[in-house]
Design a protein around this ligand. Sequence first.
Ligand SMILES: [Zn+2]
Length: 95
Amino acid sequence: MADDCDIHDEMEALVLGRRLAAIRAEVQAQPNAAALAVGEPVDCEDCDNQIEPARLEVHPAATCCVRCQSLREKTAAGRRAPVGLSYFGRQSVIS
Ligand SMILES: [Zn+2]
């Protein structure tokens, strides 16, 4: 049978587990928080160049530089609406 100490330990573990989950969620939401807090540069995950400090001021969770973000958006836009294809996927006829 669980005594008061066991119950206390279980409650403490539960509280610590919840705190850990909250910290993990915060780190995932703000992956650059630790680097920004100590003033370290943050590298772009695509090209390894430093992400511009001005970009990080505006978008602290940015994981890539402006150039790579632009390329990502162009590539994503290209996938959603390929040139020459209509909304229904048929080849458009332009003459
Ligand atoms: Zn980059």
